[in-house]
Design a protein around this ligand. Structure first.
Ligand code: URP
Ligand code: ZN
Ligand code: ZN
Length: 461
């Protein structure tokens, strides 16, 4: 049966207007004030915004990391995402040196198949470049539709690659039409500072941040941009945490380079002092790059507002405090890095961004959905409300007020880094490919209903 979303204000990256949205099957088939919706089921959106479903370009679900595995898998993570207003995720498929890419991708498919509740794609991590990898990459792009490759410039002796690997990947990616993403921190400098801190018996969580200074992120961001410029390849910098790194991206874009950047809600809202919380609570705030001094936040908001950063990813990488974060009680280097944000990304961005006047509604849609869909080959199937697009839609009550908390969130993790934070605005009804999957605080979709997304090659918008 067709459905019609009635009485709401449709907001896309470019428009804001009163309209009804008619959905048949999985697609939007008509939008307008006076459309003939026949006996379609009515979904009331009076007083609400009608947003495209969120596209989260940065998640780590069911990922082994730091001697443990993330607390959320594709089932719990994507359910939480849906409650929060996100209807597409692009997750990072890890690879290991010596392992065929195909086998790594199969492993990731097994994690998601039959579990994901919303649609999903994969980015592919590159851990080495050799003839086998170069040979396999064209199949990865053409057959798997994996059109983005991720390299780590940090996590020495774990994930870190050298500059040669990054440069060769950029060159190959340009040939294949793939987008290279980097975790930009100088891993060698961090390794030295970390060893020094431990030798001086500085083991508390705050030393995680003090051994990963903004200069290490700024330098690696600039280096990656220089290599991308040399290869004439597009570059996407994940989880930009500080003004200095954001400025590197802005300068590159001003100079005409193909550089894009993502930040995350934690860098927009939290600051380095959280790592000093007593009783080892600081471990809940261990991310890489780390939280920065507070003044960086308004600079990151400005970068979103003026377009020098284009997306906000969750970097969902959840570990329980009990038994997981606690692994690093006596040594900050053993605290698994990352936090749970897949659910609250959308609402934090609305509340702290739109409600507090830092960004407008169109920018909100751009950074929470549209730009990621465009950069990662999903637009206009995802990332907008348009005739022919998937009916991935969030009906959002901008007046609802609530408090973020581990007691009410749906992520499979025992704390929320935003515990007690009041937000304005709430996704009340969420549709994925025309199916109502969240209504009245209930999840209505079936486990495994999420579809794997083969993505188009990179296009510059
Ligand atoms: O601390 C983080 N960001 N954990 C997830 C892995 C990564 O570096 O993105
Ligand atoms: Zn990273
Ligand atoms: Zn990440």
């Amino acid at each position: 049966m067709a459905k019609v979303i009635k009485g709401g204000t449709v907001v896309t990256a470019s428009d804001i207007y009163q309209a009804n949205v008619l959905i048949e099957g999985e697609k939007v088939i008509s939008i307008g004030e006076n459309i003939d919706s026949g006996d379609a089921e009515i979904i009331d959106a009076k007083g609400c915004y009608v947003f495209p479903g969120g596209v989260d370009p940065h998640t780590h679900l069911d990922m082994p990391f730091g001697g443990t595995t993330t607390a959320d898998d594709f089932e719990t993570g994507t359910r939480a995402a849906a409650f929060g207003g996100t209807t597409t995720v692009v997750d990072f498929c890890l690879t290991r040196k010596g392992e065929p890419l195909k086998s790594a991708i199969q492993t990731w498919h097994k994690k998601a198949d039959g579990k994901a509740l919303i649609d999903y794609g994969f980015h592919l991590m590159i851990s080495e470049i050799n003839d086998n990898v170069l040979g396999e990459l064209s199949q990865v792009v053409a057959e798997e539709g994996i059109t983005s490759l991720k390299l780590f410039m940090a996590y020495k002796n774990v994930f870190q690659v050298d500059d040669g690997t990054l440069f060769q990947t950029l060159t190959k990616a340009k040939e294949l039409g793939a987008l290279v993403q980097v975790h930009a921190e100088n891993g060698d400098v961090i390794d030295y500072l970390t060893k020094k801190a431990l030798a001086e018996e500085n083991t508390d969580p705050i030393y995680h941040a003090l051994t990963r200074p903004p200069e290490a992120e700024e330098e690696a961001t600039g280096r990656a941009i220089a290599m991308a410029a040399l290869a004439d390849a597009p570059l996407y910098v994940v989880h930009v945490s500080c003004a200095a790194a954001a400025n590197k991206i802005k300068e590159a874009r001003d100079a005409g380079y193909k550089a894009w950047g993502e930040t995350c809600p934690q860098y927009l809202v939290l600051d380095i002092t959280a790592l000093e919380k007593p009783d080892f609570e600081g471990a809940k705030y261990v991310w890489s790059p780390p939280l920065r001094e507070k003044w960086n936040q308004e600079e990151l908001w400005a970068a979103l507002r003026n377009g020098s950063l284009q997306t906000v990813g969750s970097d969902q990488c959840s570990f329980n405090f009990a038994g997981q974060k606690e692994l690093g009680r006596n040594d900050f280097t053993k605290i698994p890095n990352g936090g749970p944000l897949i659910e609250d990304r959308f609402s934090i961005l609305y509340s702290e961004g739109v409600h507090k006047g830092r960004i407008g509604l169109n920018t909100f849609v751009n950074v929470v959905s549209t730009n990621a869909a465009k950069l990662f080959g999903l637009f206009p199937k995802k990332g907008t409300i348009a005739v022919g697009s998937d009916a991935d839609i969030v009906i959002f009550d901008p007046k609802a007020e609530r408090t973020l908390s581990a007691f009410t969130h749906h992520m499979n993790v025992d704390y929320n880094p935003f515990e007690g934070m009041k937000v304005v605005g709430e996704p009340v009804t969420v549709l994925s490919r025309g199916e109502v999957i969240v209504r009245d605080k209930q999840f209505l979709g079936k486990k495994g209903r999420g579809e794997y997304l083969r993505r188009a090659t990179f296009q510059q918008y």
